[in-house]
Design a binder for this molecule. Structure first.
Ligand SMILES: Nc1nc2c(ncn2[C@@H]2O[C@H](COP(=O)(O)OP(=O)(O)OP(=O)(O)O)[C@@H](O)[C@H]2O)c(=O)[nH]1
Ligand SMILES: [Mg+2]
Length: 429
């Protein structure tokens, strides 16, 4: 099965908890703070590789989690960092934030690596809080939860040339003649249900990638037949090779009519596709009537300055000239400067919101509501049962300048402050 779209949930590892510990001996009856820090949670990365060509292994799993950081221990033992998780995907994978639809990255080359979610930081152990003023901290922070995100991966094949045409035109037969691809070939429509890729060597050391796209019929852009879902793979090709079944005249149909139908479906799907350089190939000229039909339509394409060649994919007639011609067009296209660069600029679009920004609102009951990402995170890290937890929390309110702002909002001793589902009484020290 060929999977070219998948939705997965990725979760980074939780940071390990910090530890409160005092090493006591006769010289240090109060103990020396020696609680270790928690390790950081692992992050989740996505990496493009030529070793993959579908999402089949992702479809069966759906949920991916990096490992958690280890907890800090006694005697300054720091927790180990959680291992990162690397998910390998085919080249041509485009990653979207599933909730917002935002493009995260376009992995259009091999070996591109992008961090999707970051592991949570490990919590500090009490040894980390020691200072001249704070010599025996009874305080350690919990690890921060890892980020989580649902992403949609879409595979857009990176073929240079796409063979399109009616079902049964001989597209799969042609790719099997041009390359070493071995697609299923049969005399009924919609034999190919997924695109086939092949590498065509058109000269020594020179090659291009060609894709055989499943057949298109009238109304495909409205869902007829296999629809146009496979045309997304054409979006990145540089050249269109439109294969015409010249033997359609035997059934009373005209090759030019069939040509127009496929062109229309292409335009309906995305009009830019119709602007790609094009070559038209008339197939099945081993059948005399088909050969004659080819001769009749030749002028039409010559007039339009669209390259037109005739072949028999079955007997191999015309295959070599076609290979050469495709190579020629491919080189011409490559000579032209690229209008847009897919890579680089699209990569790593994850936005980092400034965590320390905050807002304060006072409701009609006189409660102060604070909204601040950094503070929300911190509250989850603090164990308020610990002796010095409150003091530390207050110091962080000052550091984030929230304390000052609360006072500017007119807060009084004993007023209630609410952050998410955490409530506390305000006391200045
Ligand atoms: N006589 C003749 N038959 C051909 C030629 N090329 C392909 N065929 C036949 O046409 C039929 C369809 O060929 P495929 O290669 O499966 O066609 P396709 O365009 O891939 O079809 P779908 O996958 O259904 O879209 C098969 O029976 C082929 O043997 C040709 O050059 N001459
Ligand atoms: Mg086919």
């Amino acid at each position: 099965m060929f999977y070219d779209s998948v939705r997965i949930k990725v979760t980074a590892g939780v940071g390990g908890n910090g530890c409160v510990h005092f090493n006591k001996d006769i010289y240090n009856p109060k103990g020396v703070p020696a609680g270790g820090c928690g390790g950081n949670g692992g992050s989740v990365y996505i990496i493009s590789t030529e070793e993959k060509n579908t999402f089949v292994d992702l479809v069966t799993r759906k949920s991916f989690r990096a490992s958690n950081g280890g907890n800090g221990g006694k005697n300054m033992k720091h927790g180990r960092n959680g291992e990162d998780l690397e998910i390998f995907v085919p080249i041509g994978t485009v990653i979207f934030n599933d909730e917002t639809g935002e493009l995260i990255a376009d992995l259009d080359k091999s070996g591109l690596k992008i961090k999707i979610v970051s592991g949570g930081n490990g919590g500090a152990g009490n040894s980390a809080f020691v200072s001249d003023k704070f010599r025996f901290p009874n305080l350690a922070l919990k690890g921060v939860p890892g980020d989580e995100l649902v992403i949609r991966l879409e595979l857009k094949l990176l073929a240079d040339i796409a063979i399109i045409g009616f079902p049964n035109a001989g597209k799969s037969t042609l790719i099997s003649k041009l390359s070493s691809a071995k697609p299923k070939i049969a005399d009924y429509p919609f034999t190919s249900l997924t695109p086939n890729l092949g590498v065509v060597k058109y000269q020594e050391y020179k090659s291009f990638v060609i894709a055989d796209i499943p057949g298109l019929i009238q109304g495909a852009s409205d869902g007829a037949g296999l629809g146009t879902k496979f045309l997304k793979h054409v979006e990145r090709t540089k050249i269109i090779c439109h294969l015409l079944d010249l033997s359609c005249v035997l059934e009373g149909r005209g090759p030019l009519t069939e040509y127009a139908v496929v062109r229309e479906e292409l335009i309906n799907y995305k009009k830019e596709l119709a602007e790609l350089p094009e070559i038209v190939v008339g197939n099945k000229i081993d059948i005399p009537d088909a050969r004659a039909a080819g001769k009749e339509v030749e002028d039409y394409f010559n007039e339009k300055k669209i390259p037109f060649l005739m072949i028999s994919a079955v007997t191999g007639e015309g295959i070599l000239p076609l290979k050469r011609k495709l190579g020629e067009i491919f080189e011409d296209v490559n000579k032209k400067p690229k209008q847009t660069s897919q890579s680089g600029k699209d990569l790593i679009l994850i936005k980092v919101e400034p965590e320390k920004d905050f807002t304060i609102e006072v409701d009609e009951d006189g409660y102060y509501h604070i909204s601040c990402k950094a503070l929300s995170k911190l509250i989850k890290q603090i164990d308020f049962k610990q002796r010095d937890a409150l003091m530390f929390f207050n110091s962080q309110l000052k550091k984030l300048k929230i304390d000052e702002s609360l006072r500017n909002h007119g807060i009084q001793e004993g007023d209630t402050v609410i952050v998410d589902d955490f409530e506390f009484e305000y006391h200045s020290d």
